[in-house]
Design a protein around this ligand. Sequence first.
Ligand code: FMN
Ligand code: SF4
Length: 370
Amino acid sequence: MPALFDKTTLKGLELKNRFVRSATWEGLAEADGTCTTRLEHLVSDLAQGQVGLIIGSHAFVTRQGQATPWQLGIERDACVAPLARMVAAAHAHGSRIVAQLAHAGRLTSRDLTGQPPLFLSPSAGKDPSEYQLATAADLRQLPGAFVAAARRAREAGFDGIQLHAAHGYLLSQSLSPVFNKREDEYGGTPAKRARLLLETVAAVRKVVGDAYPLLVKLNCEDALDDGLSLEASLEIGRMLQAAGVDAIEVSGGTLVSGPLSPSRVKIDSEAREAYFRAAAKQFKAALNIPIILVGGIRSPQLAERLLAEGVADYFSMSRPLIREPHLVKRWQAGDLRPATCLSDNLCMKAAREGHGLHCVVEKRLMAKAH
Ligand SMILES: Cc1cc2nc3c(=O)[nH]c(=O)nc-3n(C[C@H](O)[C@H](O)[C@H](O)COP(=O)(O)O)c2cc1C
Ligand code: SF4
């Protein structure tokens, strides 16, 4: 029977356990996206905490695709050397690390990037001068930005890359009937909506070669009226597998999906944990490539059961590792109490205010203790 602390290989990449740090924007890069020593230290801490695979925070592939302030960038060759130091910090403690490549699409602002956000379709209630409506020619060029970023990730020593096609960012917008109402070759049918992602996968695969791990983070559904459905997402999963993707991280919801956002609050019972487990089970049944489950993983006992039941192969966490970067090490040492994270999302607010990502609750407790 497979176990959480078994060594595995994912497309030739040896991983010391089945725990993954899901991509987590930290607000700790320079204003221009350059990686910092604070990010090196954060990654080093996660690696010392025995996380098997670290997924780097979403890195923008073009300046227009930057989503948030102090976000990591990978859009210039000058980004490579500082990123290489962060990669080395993961490797020094036996963790593997992949780069998450992202474009925000409509989920950004001119104030942040100096450019109008890129929209796939006109938006009711928004003045067309506020955004750039992507032409088919624009979309034909976009995979090139991901390709250049993938090449930089490889040069920096990352063990693989993950395309961010979840949570309502550009690649996820293109899959979603809510955000993609195009009638050209990039929209109108599920297959055409998948075109941008599939063209990106094909272009990236060509430049990184067959042996390099290529992962995709995918919404199993958008949790929006008329958004991406589970059925459509499973079909996309099949297409991604056929296109040579090596693993899919199953997430869901968008930043405008209210309580069904990717990072749900009030995970206070086992029933509320692992909230995409039913979807992951369907992905496992439909595909042969490894499935990484993210969203509300809080107790090792449940993860173990989901592994034994064949619901997922890897278990990915974001907020629990903000509060306890050494959580995996704690579980490995036999302290099997659930993650102490309260899932209140207060850390997001702190990062948005420019304080850098940290657990606000933990900081308060530490202040009280002293
Ligand atoms: C502060 C913060 C930043 C995040 N940044 C990213 C990101 O850069 N890329 C991404 O795919 N997901 C991002 N997420 C979503 C997480 O990776 C994860 O899918 C979600 O929080 C659910 O997992 P959890 O319950 O373990 O937190 C972020 C979540 C948080 C809380
Ligand atoms: S502030 Fe701390 S307890 Fe709250 S969600 Fe973030 S990591 Fe968890």
